[in-house]
Write a protein that binds this ligand. Structure first.
Ligand code: GLA
Length: 666
């Protein structure tokens, strides 16, 4: 079970960040009335309130918080209490300017903003833990407080620090990992350009204007993630001492990846794994990006439930043009997160700010107030969540396809010079996820080290870096009957970001029974054909199949007759496939169709194009989420009662444009 401790609300959680310190206290009463109207039952408070609690060094005042917690409690609203360490008080910046993180050129961040602290700074840590301790001791017995929210989006601003303190901490980290300087030289391949170290003291954080070694860059990303994780754990330890019964979490930013820190490796330290997810308005497939993040969240939280801590009720404010959400999207996105395993729908933020950097970010309660389409949609969603109460103990279960994802692979891919600059780490993962999403096949997006037992199909999409242990685990899964699809750009480097020699994709060569000796990237816009009619772009390889069938070969390019897609049947009944190129949408769909047929993977239901379908179950109970993401009428096969409308459906659910249904299935 993924949740340690009690879930903060008896029902599904609904609410968002609540920042009443930005408003006079008279406004709070209106907040309570409107929160009741909307059905809010959980709010995140105090995330940026350090200067409220500690207006000057060592002077603590919690009167403001007490009044707020009492008010929320009287109104039946539970509190996800932030530790305020994301926002450094100005007096602390003045007293200790050295805590500011420094960019790769050694320029400190300016005071203001947030996360203005070096993750390795012992000075900051001391002040941070002091305020956390005072706060936790103060609220320890307050009945409103239901969970802890450590800091905010750790790494969102201070993830890679190059100050002197970080330099020392990095050297210690490297020494601990490698013990000898010879081992560092070997791991990072420092013989290249004669950059070898003769002592640990020579090692610096990889900043400034030069070309750093890929092994060095990758380890700096690991170190930076570890430094922030250390901060999280220090706060968590303290919170657990003072309030052992309250669950502790921090809000992740799990999207397509690679992420700013290594969430999959952090997740086991979360009592509830929580995420902030913002869609990008101009992306026509933003609902599928949302599903990808939800499927990742399940993958790092043992199947969930996980918590959607933040998303947007309308427009964001950091894009160049911040598109409003079209009608119905607020509801579709909220339900889509639930469908993917969240037990909450939470927003940034409750009331739109009138000042500050994010004064134009949407909120549950817009600037224009209560009589607005957003607030009406919020109250409608609140009512729907009440109707959906019975799904709370269900899980997205019985998923037959796993797709592997590892931040380290993404970090490795973006370090140093690569055959094609603009490859996004998750491009192939997203394309395959999308093809499966369109077929209503649910996918667990799992860490590369996950147990694969029970999955009918495992996809290894552009897993650029893989360790021997993980590659062996994947191979063992296939040898005992599993089917694996390995794509181009997988298994290329080991955990030191060192190329695996002897033919690509080094770590999987043996498993797939094929290898390639040279990459043939394709110019932007160029397409090549395969001899079975499929089309491909961006990438091709000079592949040799030594122990595999050739499913399709390159045709009409410089690689005519060279295997492009191969399949190695395995003794256990499974198969290991290799896809050496970037198939276009239709071709990729056909390939996946064949793989699903071969492995007997079944879709959630049959649905018209653009209708998302996902299922949550518990024992005999089963709930089918149907979301029509299109402007046209859609439909899906389903039988049962729609919890949102109480309407019965006896085989076909008709979904008017942009609408949703959640069937209690029979
Ligand atoms: C993040 C933060 C919030 C807010 C929102 C919207 O998720 O955690 O404080 O800044 O983004 O931009």
């Amino acid at each position: 079970m993924a949740v340690r401790g009690a879930w903060p609300t008896a029902a599904l959680s609904f609410g968002g960040d609540y920042n009443p310190e930005q408003w006079p206290e008279q406004v709070w009463a209106e907040d309570m009335t409107l929160m009741a109207e909307a059905g809010v039952n959980l709010v995140t408070v105090g995330v940026f309130a350090w200067c409220r609690y500690e207006p000057s060094d060592g002077q603590f005042e919690f009167g403001w918080l007490d009044r707020l917690l009492d008010l929320l409690h009287e109104n039946g609203i539970r509190v996800d209490l932030g530790t305020p360490t994301a926002a450094v008080p100005m007096w602390l910046h003045r007293r200790h300017p050295e805590i500011l993180p420094q960019d790769e050129f050694g320029h400190p961040l300016a005071p203001g903003g947030r996360l203005g602290w070096c993750p390795s700074s012992p000075v900051f840590r001391r002040y941070a833990l002091r305020v956390v301790e005072k706060l936790a001791a103060h609220v320890a017995r307050h009945p409103a407080v239901a969970m802890w929210h450590v800091s905010n989006e750790l790494g969102g601003g201070n993830a890679r620090c190059h100050c002197a303190v970080s330099g020392d901490a990095f050297r210690r980290w490297v020494q601990q990992r490698y013990t000898s300087v010879e081992a560092v030289n070997e791991a990072w391949g420092m013989a290249f350009w004669g950059n070898s170290y003769s002592s640990f003291a020579e090692i610096v954080t990889p900043g400034g204007r030069t070309a750093h070694n890929p092994g060095h860059l990758l380890d700096f990303e690991r170190f930076s993630s570890d430094a922030l994780f250390d901060h999280y754990r220090a706060e968590k330890r303290l919170l657990k001492e003072l309030t052992p019964d309250l669950p502790v979490t921090t809000n992740f930013m799990v999207g397509l990846g690679p992420d700013v820190v290594d969430y999959a490796r952090w997740a086991p330290e979360m009592d509830i794994v929580a995420n902030d997810h913002y869609t990008y308005g101009p992306d026509p497939l933003r609902h599928q990006a949302l599903a990808f993040s939800g499927d990742r969240m399940r993958g790092i939280s043992d199947g969930g439930p996980w918590m959607l801590m933040e998303h947007a009720a309308g427009a964001a404010s950091w894009h160049s043009i911040n598109l409003a959400k079209p009608p119905g999207e607020l509801l579709r996105h909220g339900l889509a997160h639930l469908g993917r395993g969240s037990n909450s729908v939470m927003y940034f933020q409750w009331r739109a700010s009138k000042s500050g950097t994010e004064q134009f970010h949407s909120a549950m309660l817009p600037h224009a107030g209560r009589d607005t389409r957003i607030f009406r949609a919020i109250t409608q969603l609140g009512r729907h969540l009440t109707r959906l109460a019975e799904i709370k103990d269900t899980r997205v279960a019985g998923v037959q396809v796993a797709l592997l994802h590892d931040n380290e692979a993404g970090w490795a891919l973006r370090s140093g010079l690569k055959p094609v600059r603009e490859l996004g780490y998750a491009d192939t993962a997203r394309a395959i996820h999308r093809a499966l999403f369109d077929r209503t096949v649910t996918v667990d997006v799992l860490p590369a080290w996950a147990d694969l037992t029970g999955y009918a199909l495992v996809v290894v999409p552009g897993l650029f870096l893989v360790s021997d242990a993980n590659a062996n685990r994947i191979a063992r899964y296939a040898e005992v009957g599993g089917t694996v699809l390995v794509t181009w750009n997988s298994g290329i480097v080991d955990e030191h970001n060192t190329v695996r020699t002897g033919g690509y994709p080094g770590a999987f060569r043996q498993l797939i029974g094929a290898s390639s000796e040279e990459f043939f990237p394709l110019e932007t816009g160029r397409q090549v054909g395969l001899d079975n009619g499929w089309r491909a772009r961006r990438w091709s390889e000079l592949v040799r199949a030594h122990d595999a069938e050739v499913v399709a070969s390159y045709a009409g390019s410089g690689l005519d007759g060279v295997p492009a897609v191969t399949r190695r049947p395995l003794a256990g009944g499974g198969a290991a496939w290799y896809l050496s190129t970037d198939l276009d949408e239709g071709s990729l769909d056909e390939l996946l169709g064949r793989l699903l047929d071969d492995t007997g993977v079944t879709p959630v239901t049959t649905a018209s194009p653009g209708v998302e379908a996902v299922r949550r179950t518990a024992g005999q109970r089963s709930y089918l989420f149907l979301i029509n993401h299109t402007d046209a009428e859609g439909s899906a096969a389903g039988r049962g009662v729609d919890l949102l409308t109480a309407e019965r459906h006896d085989g076909t659910v008709v979904l008017p444009p942009g609408t949703v249904a959640v069937l209690r299935e029979e």
